[in-house]
Design a protein around this ligand. Structure first.
Ligand code: M6R
Length: 610
């Protein structure tokens, strides 16, 4: 969703703002703008479309100054256009905002009655008018912001630049992320860590309800009652290089290729295959030394993370025999879920900032459930809200389509499964050692699998003209099929659906016609024969079948139109491998079509509003 950057220090603010906005592009946006303050006043530039449009304007008249704010906007209220692009300004008050003001219509009417003139259709402009009105009564900017916030219902992260105070940036946060970056004689603020990495790795995330004042040499954080707070500075290990493309055409492709390393790093320090030991941060504190003190597990997540949760349910129920429900966070938060002290809630989120997942987690906490998060971003809102967090060490994921985060989430879920199975007395030490030995081999299997990229590209390119695709699978591969279909839809804008293969006859088989591509996930397990029958059924109706199966499965490879071979591993671990050809398949179709792979239309990397 929208991205925020603010700078105050010794550099040319415009350069820092544009650099920051570039690093926030992946969040998704449709217009952008900056405002810089200098001796002549406030200079603003805004443009509809990609950053290149804004840069072209800046080339003609570059705003100079050492303090400024910038924004990439993902339209919610008002069409994508220059006049709706941020920053918004009323008098000397300039604002960039992420989030949604729910009572904006009501406030707008009141402000118009008082004589305010609106220049945009955005909810954000309301903040400018409210703060501007308050500043007629007092010259205290912080208090004026506070008063304005009291009138607003909804979510926001806000950076305010006031033309009469050239050395200060004011910040406020409720429900939408905002992180302060502390440099040497310069300070920054951004909605997301990658925008800060070129300047500092020392960060302080703001909490809901907090306000902050940033100068080039200091930062002060206040709670809602005006009490000054002392904050721990987090040192981020991500490097600026990790947020670069590194020679790949797209971030998505780079991130697919990073998966062997991601799994390795996610396992690092957590498993000791020789002794059968698992070391999962915070788990002993949450579960106690032995046993499992909960009756049920509720997983909550959205999108790809939800698909990972579905695989997790299969694993946990199969190996540890603990009942698991997997819930879409957007539904869970408005349901009356049957959870309480007896429930372990596992929210899964790459960003840790997804609004629905956060709201669902707050609901779980209010019902006294314990929360063990799976998350990729250190110090994110989700990590701060949860009782314990198991981090996926995927590094920054920039491509909007989640790839490496999914495989990292599966890795953590598998470790949780083994821990639970051990605690439930369902797994002998020998079996645990075998599992840990097998999972440690996953990075090398992934490396081998990535060598089939050229073959997958060939298959994908032969099917670019198909207008819809079916993905079929059974057991833990059904969610992987859903994930494969989601990847294809989101980056290539082609219709694709994932189905449990056994459901075909209950309706979806009507979609099969001459040449319709059906991607079938066919690992060797107890349902192998069943899915072979499903393949026969769709083939008999003219489908073009692309099967993904065991490298040694000659029968399968001879039966189908295209075949992708998967290296041999323990059956339960195969979802970690089967996901990868599906990512590559979607990538090559989208790339061939020439879509914006890393920032597909209408999508945002983290959905921080409802
Ligand atoms: O950051 P999160 O994992 O909470 O994000 C959840 C979904 O928005 C996300 O997985 C989305 O579905 C991806 N773009 C899919 O590739």
């Amino acid at each position: 969703m929208c991205g925020i950057i603010g700078y105050i220090g010794h550099r040319e603010a415009t350069d820092v703002l544009i650099d920051g906005l570039k690093r926030l592009e992946y969040r998704g946006y449709d217009s952008a703008g900056i405002a810089v303050l200098n001796g002549r006043g406030i200079e603003m530039e805004r443009a509809e479309g990609k950053l290149a449009a804004l840069q072209a304007k800046i080339k003609k008249s570059k705003p100079h100054g050492k303090i400024g704010i910038g924004h990439t906007r993902w339209a919610t209220h008002g069409v994508p256009s220059e006049r709706n692009a941020h920053p918004h300004r009323v008098g000397d008050v300039v604002v960039v905002h992420n989030g949604i003001i729910e009572n904006h219509a009501e406030l707008r009417k009141q402000l118009i009655k008082k004589g305010c003139q609106f220049r945009s259709e955005t909810d954000t402009e309301i903040f400018c008018h409210l703060i501007h009105s308050e500043l007629k009564k007092t010259d205290d900017v912080g208090k004026s912001i506070q008063k304005a916030l009291e009138k607003v219902r909804g979510s926001y992260s806000l950076v305010v630049l006031y033309g009469k105070e050239p050395g200060k940036l004011y910040l406020a946060k409720l429900g939408s992320p905002l992180v302060v970056g502390l440099g040497k004689k310069e300070n920054l603020v951004a909605s997301d860590i990658p925008a800060l990495l070129s300047y500092t790795r020392n960060v302080v995330p703001l909490e809901d309800g907090e306000l902050a004042l940033l100068t080039k040499n200091s930062f002060k954080i206040l709670n809602g009652n005006g009490k000054s707070l002392s904050k721990r500075v987090n040192h981020i290990t991500w490097t600026p290089l990790m947020a670069e493309k590194g020679g790949f055409k797209h971030f998505m492709l780079k991130e697919i290729y990073e998966q062997p390393r991601v799994v390795e790093e996610t396992l690092m320090g957590r498993i000791q295959p020789d002794s059968g030991r698992l070391i999962l941060e915070g788990v002993n504190k949450l579960f106690g030394k032995k046993g499992f003190p909960f009756k049920q597990i509720a997983i909550i997540a959205c999108g790809t993370s939800w698909h990972a949760g579905l695989v997790g349910k299969y694993w946990i129920e199969k190996l540890a025999r603990v009942p698991v429900s997997v819930n879409l966070a957007s539904e869970f938060r408005y349901a009356d879920p049957m959870i309480g002290r007896d429930t372990l809630v596992i929210p899964i989120s790459q960003s840790g900032e997804t609004a629905d997942t956060l709201a669902a987690t707050h609901l779980a906490k209010s019902k006294k459930a314990k929360v063990l998060a799976i998350c990729n971003v250190l110090g994110s809102s989700l990590a701060r809200t949860s009782d314990a967090t198991l981090y996926t060490h995927a590094g920054p994921e920039i491509g909007v389509a989640s790839t490496k985060a999914f495989v990292a989430q599966l890795t953590v879920l598998y470790l949780i499964t083994l821990e639970l199975a051990k605690r439930q007395g369902k797994l002998s030490k020998e079996a645990l050692i075998t599992q840990l030995t097998e999972i440690r081999k996953i990075p090398q299997h992934l490396t081998k699998l990535l060598k089939s990229a050229a073959h997958i590209k060939e298959i994908a390119e032969s099917l670019v003209n198909a207008s819809h695709f079916l993905f079929i699978a059974r057991g833990p591969h059904f969610p992987v099929a859903l994930e494969g279909a989601l990847k294809l839809k989101e980056i290539s804008y082609v219709h694709a659906e994932g189905f449990a293969a056994g459901e075909l006859k209950h309706g979806p088989i009507a979609l099969i016609d001459e040449g319709v591509p059906v991607v079938a996930l066919v690992p060797k397990n107890e349902t192998y024969e069943k899915i072979l029958s499903n393949i026969e059924e769709v083939k008999a109706r003219g489908a073009h079948v692309i099967a993904i199966g065991d490298a040694t499965d000659r029968d399968l490879s001879e039966k189908v139109d295209d075949f992708i071979a998967i290296p041999k591993t323990d059956y339960l671990l195969t979802p970690l491998l089967y996901a990868v050809p599906l990512q590559l398949f979607a990538y090559y179709i989208a790339d061939h079509k020439g879509t914006d792979v890393d920032q597909p239309r209408n999508l945002a990397k983290s959905v921080t509003v409802e």
